[in-house]
Design a protein around this ligand. Sequence first.
Ligand SMILES: *Cc1c(COP(=O)(O)O)cnc(C)c1O
Length: 376
Amino acid sequence: MLLLSGPNMCGNEWKYVKDCLDTGWVSSVGSYVDQFEKMTAEFAGTKYAVATSSGTTALHICLVMLGVNADDYVITPNVTFIATCNAIKYTGANPVFIDTDERNWQMDLDLLQSFLENETEQRNNQCYHKKDNKRIPVIMPVHVLGNICDMDRLMAIASKHNLIVVEDSTEALGSYYKGKHVGSFGLMGTFSYNGNKIITTGGGGMIVTNDEVLAKKAKHLTTQAKSDPFEYIHDEIGYNYRLVNVAAAMGVAQMELLPGFLTRKKEIIAFYKNELANTGDIEFQEVSEDVHPNWWLPTIKTTKQREVLKVLNDHKMQSRPFWVPMNQLPMFTGNIYYNKTDRSDFVYKHCLSIPCSTYITDAEMKGVTDMIKTVY
Ligand SMILES: *Cc1c(COP(=O)(O)O)cnc(C)c1O
């Protein structure tokens, strides 16, 4: 089976994990956690990084720290992985969905602006939904597939409407907008180290920020909010959301490999673009010249989506359609979905991701493109 995006453990993973096992430092504290955090902050260009048990828990903690609660709305794209919206719902708040831009598959900023101008108002320097009378403290953009929207514009819109930006940059480690790494635009950003992401710790996440108070608070909240080094004194309701040292050891080894993975992902997308250039109506995601994506998951757009999915998966070349749009899931049918012509559904029905593990060979990729061509 050719995996869609499999883990590539070709560096010091064994060595560092063995070190944890040999020394007994396998659990919630240890030098690899500190090292992984330091490497990530350096890479992302932020002052602080706090490791978490997953990308989902990283997002949840960001929202908890901002006091997001059941009386609130949080703005997010309608095309995203469910984790974004689960994290919002854990706080009791409800996501407001903005339709996708069918060219770059990120949140449509025209629609975002129109939603904010027409449906919201400012009260005491806070954004409120006029009709539902809900506060909208936070916008959570998602850098879908490692691509990035016009961040200058998004940040300007957010600041005009008093929205705090928390970036779901879980898919975008290694992606840059105008030379600046994702996760460093918003007040906070997040990464995920799930098995299919560009680097993996088996499971894990990270919060990055330039705000020292938030970084300390994130560490506190993710470690049961223990406020005394000796006694079991806890000063608020905390969470067991820490990353264990043995996972962080893998993370350190994977961070060492990340530059090589990014190079390989660029070669993979170039190969696919070249091979599929004149194949039927196949198109790729539009990327602005301001953006250097990590090309995490090469994805094509075609009217023959279902046929291509079938032929690839039938031949053990794992490929996947886009996520079912959030507004189509039973938990969210009552939520606001701001759109004009439902481009989310269009993207869902036309896009599919193709095998792109960093260890994939050129011959295997050729096998994939030859198989795709049989459909046309
Ligand atoms: C992977 C991912 C997450 C977080 O995933 P975890 O599996 O919890 O680490 C969140 N949002 C998006 C868009 C993702 O792709």
